[in-house]
Design a protein around this ligand. Structure first.
Ligand code: CA
Ligand code: CA
Length: 181
């Protein structure tokens, strides 16, 4: 009996998946749906990385996915802050132009250009120094620009709507995306 249920599931799932994926795509913004259709392998690689990296037993809950995403964003913010914190020579939490110029002089050409361009962009009010608030704004913008939220996108493809995204679902979605609309 179980065997026949499994046989049914294996053969029926792609059809069910195709319909569910079509519906999920229709609910997403057009640009997002287009990007997913264009590169199913990229979607699958990102989702599987999330599942194997932060989930348990072949799947991930929405809460686990959101926690992993928040940790990822915090790491990106920290990376963006690094060069600025290394330029805060007097450790007062504000990066002044004089500090940045001293730091820049010790760097190679590429790192120097990145630091000075980053400093100009981060100084939102143009007063010649990057305040703690401006630092946080810069870090947030950099973190979102380099990736942004994918947990919501992945859970649009929780095909059986049980609140867990499994490896089987990701593979079914990959297949359905590759097969076309
Ligand atoms: Ca400082
Ligand atoms: Ca400023």
């Amino acid at each position: 009996m179980l065997r026949w249920v499994l046989v049914f599931w294996v053969f029926a799932f792609p059809v069910v998946a195709q319909e569910a994926v079509t519906q999920a795509l229709a609910a997403l913004p057009e640009a997002q749906a287009k990007r997913l259709r264009a590169d199913p392998d990229r979607f699958a690689a990102g989702a599987l990385r999330l599942i194997y990296g932060s989930g348990a037993a072949g799947g991930i809950s929405r809460a686990e996915a959101e926690a992993a995403e928040r940790i990822d964003l915090a790491e990106r913010r920290a990376r963006a802050l690094g060069p600025f914190l290394q330029s805060d020579l007097d450790n007062d939490g504000v990066v002044g132009r004089d500090e940045v110029l001293l730091r820049a002089a010790s760097l190679g050409v590429d790192a120097r250009a990145r630091l000075l361009l980053g400093f100009a962009a981060a100084d939102a009010d143009g007063d010649g120094s990057v305040s703690a608030v401006e630092l946080r704004g810069m870090a947030e913008a950099a973190a979102v620009r380099r990736g942004g939220s994918r947990a919501a996108e992945y859970f649009a493809f929780d095909l059986d709507a049980d609140g867990r995204l499994t490896v089987e679902e990701v593979e079914a979605v990959r297949g359905a995306l590759a097969a076309g609309p």
